[in-house]
Design a protein. Structure first.
Length: 133
């Protein structure tokens, strides 16, 4: 079964990624942790997809219009101290394995190497119904 693991990161003092305020050594350790996680999930055959996302300031809202091109705006944004920073889609045998992977991500190192305890939302990915041949 496939699950999406959505990592919610805290905003920094500027409203951007909090990691932009970390030391280069702490950021390098954090990125190395994430790269190793992705290698491990690839080797186990569990990683379907995963990406880090650009900061919220680069997000756009797109809405269809009845005529012409859709409208593209830079808001509105929900008031929140956290935002979606990245995700993984994993293909695992049971929910507990998805939770185990999310727990590993949650413990990613932050400043001084301390675990961040990043919140992750874990949700099953719905499969499309079979197409009748």
């Amino acid at each position: 079964m496939r699950y999406i693991l959505m990592m919610h990161a805290a905003r920094g003092t500027t409203g951007d990624y909090q990691v932009s305020e970390w030391s280069p050594e702490d950021l390098t350790a954090h990125i190395g942790f994430m790269q190793q996680l992705n290698r491990d999930l690839t080797e186990s055959g569990e990683l379907v997809s995963g990406e880090g996302l650009a900061p919220p300031v680069q997000a756009r809202i797109v809405r269809a219009r009845r005529e012409g091109a859709p409208t593209v705006t830079d808001g509105p944004f929900a008031e929140s101290k956290e935002f979606l920073a990245g995700y993984w889609i994993v293909d695992v045998d049971h929910a507990e394995r998805a939770y185990e992977i999310a727990g590993r991500v949650s413990a990613a190192p932050g400043p001084g190497g301390a675990p961040l305890d990043i919140p992750l939302e874990v949700r099953p990915v719905n499969a499309a119904p079979p197409v009748d041949a």
